[in-house]
Ligand binder design. Structure first.
Ligand code: PGA
Length: 251
């Protein structure tokens, strides 16, 4: 099953509107015909609408880094799926480890967010991944299995094509440590077999699974060559368009 590759940039709490525009211009001017990879960017909420037109011209899809699980209501400071669609987002991240750890999001809430995103018309990148302690105590597969089964609970098989999984070991995010291609491949194959066990083999084999955690130009090629790794979710190295382009060339 051939799956279209994806390179996604998670800008976290970085970049003004102007910086974001300049990034897109630079990227577009230097992409040099690499069009066989889907490009997704996750800027701040306040940047999504202002850069929408440039992103469309540059063939880049925009997403949010988070959303609230309710449709609307008295939730001061929160942003709904519908608002994100209104602003031009077509994607959202859900369950990023920074949301899980710094904002105490649990699997139940993450599942509600995934479901809300889908009913709002957004496609989802569901992030999963174990901590260092969980890996060292050999609980990594158990943790990822729980994050997948709870995160995707009550989602109909027919909706799974709207979802991408990002495997991001917590110990590799922003630390400069990357999973070895062998460890990453092993987990990606595990994720695919788990998805298969609660949906259908055909759905699992068409689902795209991204690796994230200190992806850089010098490790991207080996990671992206693994059979079950369909691309990357890149944080720090997505902030400069030159570095992101260098990672894109790894495909
Ligand atoms: P990093 O972040 O590439 O800076 O490790 C990845 C992420 O948080 O999605």
């Amino acid at each position: 099953m051939s799956r279209k590759k994806i390179l996604a940039g998670n800008w976290k709490m970085h970049k003004s509107i102007n910086d974001a525009r300049n990034w897109i211009r630079h990227f577009q001017g230097n992409r040099k015909g690499v069009l066989h990879v889907d490009i997704l960017l996750f800027p701040s909420y306040t940047t999504i609408y202002p850069i929408g037109k440039e992103a469309i011209k540059a063939n880049i899809s925009l997403g949010a880094q988070n959303l609230h699980q309710e449709e609307e209501g008295a939730y001061t400071g929160e942003v709904s799926g519908k608002m994100l669609v209104d602003a031009g987002a077509t994607w959202t991240l859900v369950g990023h480890s920074e949301r899980r750890i710094l904002f105490a999001e649990n699997d139940k809430q993450i599942n509600l967010k995934v479901r809300r995103a889908l009913t709002s018309g957004l496609q989802v990148i569901l992030c999963v991944g174990e901590t260092l302690e969980e890996r060292e105590s050999q609980h990594h597969q158990e943790v990822v299995r729980r994050q997948l089964t709870e995160g995707l609970s009550e989602i109909h098989h027919d909706d799974l094509h709207q979802i991408i999984i990002a495997y991001e070991p917590v110990w590799a995010i922003g630390t400069g440590k990357t999973a070895t291609p062998q460890d990453a491949q092993e987990m990606h194959a595990f994720i695919r077999s788990e998805i298969s066990s609660f949906s259908k083999p055909k759905i699992a084999s068409s689902m795209r699974i991204l690796y994230g955690g200190s992806v850089k130009p010098d490790n991207a090629k080996e990671l992206f060559a693994c059979p079950d790794i369909d691309g990357g979710l890149v944080g720090g190295a997505s902030l400069k368009p030159e570095t992101f382009l260098a990672i894109l060339r790894a495909f």
